[in-house]
Design a binder for this molecule. Structure first.
Ligand code: NOJ
Length: 519
């Protein structure tokens, strides 16, 4: 499928903004989040002409393109870093964070499980928040900052409409904050996440680049608390919206090993969801998502695995309904609109994700068996969502003629765009209906701009909310459990649902994994 066909697919789905994960030249140690040249397209994806064509095709279909910007670090194969390592006196040395020696006690644990410091041939050490192939840039260096702004403006001039800012709250470091943890290593977030001084950097970044016009800037900004929201997404905030991690990371401990599975309840999920919605609606705009390239598939995370095989379509539609009508921009990750679930990895050698590999090593070093470590990988690996897109039932699901870098999904083998397009009640067609309702129906105004409030149904498994403007309102209810529950709510008209609805005026019950939208 060429670019034009893929843009047509997005158009038929109803998508109006396309966020593309990094496609820059990269050794791909971390799925392209290790950029070795910000001005080049990695040959496995195509050429700069292809990119220009993509932007132009998308524009012709009224689809805005936003790019992933990785500004906290580069690849260790970036020319700047190579020069920094080759010559201590090179100006590029100060583009990164080097130390002549490090104090072991002050060692930090990087986000992927290993140390944050790696030694090079001349004996000095460089700092990395993520993998060792991703050295952090030194944002205290004004010349480096100018290089970054120049590059962003170069992309802006190509006609893109915004950016997704990767790991942006890590750019300011403060190495004075050091506390000891049980194994002598400290979670890197303690000294590098949302640190004092970050606002000045982010303000300058905005002023010198996207602040000059209307751009949609969505930031991956871990560590931003409710109290910080005004600075980030308020009227003069740094960004248009930020992603919330509180409910997508509900099953893991921050900084913890993946083998430490965190127990959570629907009640807690609800609380986190609405806490974020209420906080954001007072101040700005939300970026709502359940899946992205860093998350396993959502049906596996949020539902009991015993029920998955019999209910997976209902579950996918239920989760879609739940997050799609929240206040804010809903993000769909490739394949989520097909209802695909996790694959199965039998051995760590089948996994490409650098975080999974690091977490596997950490689990083993902390005493887990191979089986227990693989169980954690199968629950949490980022590769579940990163598998080749399932376009049709040809070899490699029509993703490519060449063997892809990773095995295709081994579990959800019957699912494809081609098959779901034909099946009237498929997850894909349900997503089309949801998008239509939100974007282009007589209810769009309420569903886009209306406020949100939780509706208490006194059922712990039911998540219910209303969206409203003036005296108009729309209700959404989703049963996250397998038991049918009583609701007894009046409906004038049912707008959408994942079960046969009939002409119900009174919604007495909500069935297993049922989702209903009504006025
Ligand atoms: C966040 C990205 O979403 C993730 O995929 C990546 O591994 C890290 N940042 C490092 O860039």
């Amino acid at each position: 499928m060429g670019i034009a066909k893929k843009i047509s697919y997005l158009k038929s789905l109803g998508v109006n903004v396309l966020w593309i994960c990094p496609f820059y030249q990269s050794p791909m140690k971390d799925n392209g989040y290790d950029v070795s040249d910000y001005y080049a397209i990695d040959p496995q994806y195509g050429t700069m002409e292809d990119m220009d064509y993509l932007i132009q095709r998308a524009k012709a279909e009224n689809i805005k393109v936003i790019l992933d910007l990785v500004l906290n670090h580069t690849s260790d194969q970036h020319l700047w870093f190579k020069q920094a390592c080759a010559d201590k006196n090179s100006k590029y040395r100060d583009y990164y964070i080097f130390k002549d020696s490090i104090d072991n006690a002050a060692d930090l644990r990087n986000v992927f499980g290993g140390s944050t410091w790696t030694q090079i041939a001349d004996g000095s050490w460089y700092f990395h928040t993520f993998a060792e192939e991703q050295p952090d840039l030194n944002w205290d260096n004004p010349e480096l900052r100018q290089e970054i702004y120049k590059m962003i403006n170069w992309w802006i001039d190509k006609g893109i409409s915004g950016f997704r800012m990767d790991a942006i709250t890590y750019i300011k470091k403060n190495f004075d904050t050091i506390e000891s943890q049980s194994d002598g290593r400290i979670d890197v977030s303690k000294c590098c996440l949302n640190q004092p001084g970050i606002d000045e950097l982010l303000q300058e970044l905005k002023e010198q680049t996207y602040g000059r016009d209307e751009f949609f800037i969505v930031a991956e900004a871990p560590g931003v608390s409710e109290g910080d929201l005004e600075r980030y997404i308020g009227e003069n905030g740094h960004f248009s919206a930020i992603f919330d991690f509180s409910y997508t990371d509900i099953d893991i401990f921050p900084g913890g090993a993946w083998s430490d599975q965190r127990n959570w309840s629907i009640e807690e999920f609800k609380q986190k969801l609405f806490k974020n919605q209420y906080a954001v609606q007072k101040i700005g705009w939300a970026a709502n998502y359940l899946e992205n390239h860093d998350q396993p598939r959502s049906i596996n995370k949020y539902f009991s695995k015993d029920q998955l095989l019999s209910y997976h379509e209902k579950m996918a539609k239920a989760l879609g309904t739940l997050f799609f009508f929240l206040k804010g921009t809903p993000f769909i990750y490739q394949g989520e609109e097909l209802g695909i679930g996790n694959t199965i990895f039998r051995d760590i050698s089948e996994v490409d994700d650098v975080n999974s590999v690091g977490q596997y090593a950490r689990c083993i070093s902390e005493g887990c068996s191979h089986e227990a470590a693989m169980e954690a990988i199968n629950r949490r690996s980022r590769d579940h969502a990163r598998l080749p897109m399932q376009w049709n039932n040809e070899q490699y699901y029509g993703f490519s003629k060449e063997k892809p870098w990773i095995a295709c999904n081994q579990v959800y083998t019957d699912i494809s765009v081609e098959q779901e397009t034909k099946q009237a009640d498929s997850v894909l067609n349900y997503y089309k209906r949801m998008i239509h309702l939100r974007q282009r129906s007589e209810y769009s105004d309420i569903l886009i701009y209306g406020d949100i409030a939780e509706v208490d149904t006194s059922n712990e498994n039911v998540i219910c909310y209303r969206r409203f403007t003036g005296n108009k309102e729309i209700y959404v209810a989703v049963n996250m459990g397998e038991q049918s529950c009583s609701l007894n709510l009046e409906a004038n008209e049912i707008l959408l649902g994942n079960y046969e609805m009939g002409n119900r005026k009174m919604i007495q019950n909500i069935r297993a994994y049922e989702a209903i939208v009504w006025i």
